[in-house]
Design a protein around this ligand. Structure first.
Ligand code: HEC
Ligand code: HEC
Ligand SMILES: [Ca+2]
Ligand SMILES: [Ca+2]
Ligand SMILES: [Ca+2]
Length: 452
């Protein structure tokens, strides 16, 4: 008897549940690179489809990403500084996820400040501040002055949903002080928190024309969403290219992003950036050891972000999650957070080629309104514009980074709900529609995001 009931219930189960083939759905968010699991180091897994040889290189690149640098002279990992922000990549990209927001102003963790003067340089990029460059280095080697310190105060916005529920948004007003040279109050400041680094090889492998297909800078189709490509200077190709990486898509490639990080974040010179970040400043050292890292190491480190796996979705068959996904489309979130792309077949890394991926970004710039504006241009991006960040893996944010791993470019949103409520500008209508949802619909939307 018991056996019969068991058999019956099994049968009814398969009849009732509509089976979704995960391959038809956006479950394998990173195509064949996707990895399965639910654990704290989920962002640290190599892509599933690496060859043995690629896996060996990946493990080497993992080490490079974690390597701690020290000031020269040293026999190992030498050349840190003179001024810098942190001593390794992983100090900021904690467990390959976003940086937790710093708990005090003494150690800013993965929070850094891009700076510039109003105007643009000869390449159309940010105009360096005299004696400070384009990034504020808050640390320095022994006996050398850091460029300055940062602290912040808070402001709050309290609001109501139409259904009466209250919300509160917390924002920080940052201040640069204790600078080693006079600081002009007219200088522009853009706070940035370190974003996750997995899946980026796939984003790099999306053909440019696929991305430009969605660009609509003049909003010709009149849907209120423009989408503008950032066009930035490539130091490797000596030409302008589509910007893809960074919160304003200010970097055209992962190798340049990596070299830029070594250079600005850690004070390491390379063939791409052969002069110290503080060249011509009083802190510059006179060691003749530049470049401090070679092309080989840069390529190895770059391989790390290219060869990490993207986590697959979890409870994609859950009713609430399915409802949330429908709402995501209904509210036009996917006008910017584009669901699907297919990577090209041009990469010299075969595991990145021809992958159907679901990054939930268009890699384009959007005016996000006053609330999020940093008022600091970066090439084509103006002070109101940000690149749509990918949403894949976003549900793991707190699992990987803890309670202080937050959202948006400066880590101001402590919850996904707050992140949505900060949307404005081109996303104003989506946000208003979100506010007009019932509480249970809003919860469904969050459940869907947590499921990515
Ligand atoms: C001081 C903290 C810090 C350090 C150290 C650091 N990063 Fe970053 N990283 C950031 C921040 C902040 C951003 C966003 C930059 C922007 O918007 O311009 C970023 C962006 C990136 C991106 C682009 C991510 C995306 O989605 O567009 C990659 C890749 C990256 N870093 C790799 C590295 C590597 C490799 C190293 C070590 C060589 C490194 N980072 C060191 C803070 C850091
Ligand atoms: C007009 C384009 C646009 C629309 C529409 C839009 N977003 Fe965004 N979204 C962005 C941009 C750009 C950012 C980054 C803003 C920043 O960091 O200042 C962002 C950030 C986010 C983040 C935080 C991501 C992170 O890594 O911290 C979440 C979550 C998010 N959006 C969800 C949604 C949802 C849900 C909707 C629909 C209700 C939506 N977005 C509609 C452009 C858009
Ligand atoms: Ca150096
Ligand atoms: Ca500087
Ligand atoms: Ca449009």
């Amino acid at each position: 008897m018991i056996l019969i009931i068991f058999v019956l219930s099994l049968a009814s189960c398969t009849n009732e549940d509509v089976y979704i083939d995960p391959l038809d759905e956006d479950v394998y968010l990173g195509g064949e690179t996707s990895i399965e699991g639910f654990f704290i180091n989920i962002f640290q897994q190599p892509a599933s489809n690496l060859s043995q040889e690629e896996l060996t290189l990946h493990l080497k690149s993992d080490q490079a990403f974690a390597d701690i640098f020290v000031s020269a002279p040293s026999t190992h990992n030498s050349g840190l500084g003179p001024v810098f922000n942190q001593v390794s990549c992983e100090h900021c990209h904690v467990a390959n996820g976003r940086s937790p927001f710093p708990s005090n102003t003494d150690n800013l963790r993965g929070l850094l400040f891009r700076i510039s003067k109003p105007g643009e340089d000869e390449m159309g990029g940010p105009l360096a501040v005299d004696n400070f460059g384009t990034q504020l280095q808050t640390k320095a080697n022994f006996g050398i002055e850091a460029e300055g310190k940062v602290d912040w105060s808070y402001s709050y916005i309290v609001g109501n949903y139409p259904d009466g529920n209250e919300f509160m948004l917390k924002n920080r007003i940052f201040r640069i002080y204790d600078t080693y040279m006079p600081w002009e109050f007219t200088n522009l400041i853009s706070p940035r928190i370190a974003p996750p680094v997995f899946g980026l090889g796939l984003l790099e492998a999306i053909p440019e024309e696929q991305i430009l297909l969605y660009a609509d800078p003049e909003d010709i189709d009149n849907d209120g969403i423009s989408g503008k490509a950032n066009i930035v200077w490539s130091v490797t190709d000596h030409t302008f290219k589509l910007g893809r990486f960074g919160w304003k898509a200010g970097q055209p490639s992962l190798i340049q992003q990596t070299a830029g990080a070594y250079h600005q974040d850690m004070g390491l010179t390379s063939p791409l950036f052969p002069k110290e970040s503080c060249e011509n400043q009083t802190q510059a050292d006179d060691y003749s050891d530049d470049p401090e890292i070679d092309l080989e190491l840069m390529k190895i480190t770059t391989f790390y972000a290219q060869s990490l796996g993207v986590p697959i979705r979890r409870n994609f068959e859950d009713d609430q999650v399915k409802e949330g996904k429908k709402l995501f489309r209904k509210l036009n979130c996917n006008a910017c957070h584009r669901e699907a792309f297919v990577t090209g077949d041009q990469s010299d890394k075969p595991f990145l080629n021809n992958q159907k991926i679901f990054p939930y970004t268009d890699l384009l710039l959007h005016d996000m309104g006053d609330g999020l504006a940093d008022f600091r241009p970066e090439f084509v991006a103006n002070g109101y514009e940000w690149r749509t960040p990918p949403l894949w893996g976003i549900g793991f944010t707190k699992i990987v980074g803890g309670e202080n791993a937050n959202y948006l470019h400066d880590g101001r949103a402590t919850t996904l709900e707050e992140a949505i409520l900060w949307h404005g500008g081109e996303a104003e209508e989506s946000k208003q529609s979100f506010k007009n949802l019932t509480k249970s619909e809003r919860n469904a939307m969050i459940k869907f995001l947590e499921n990515l």
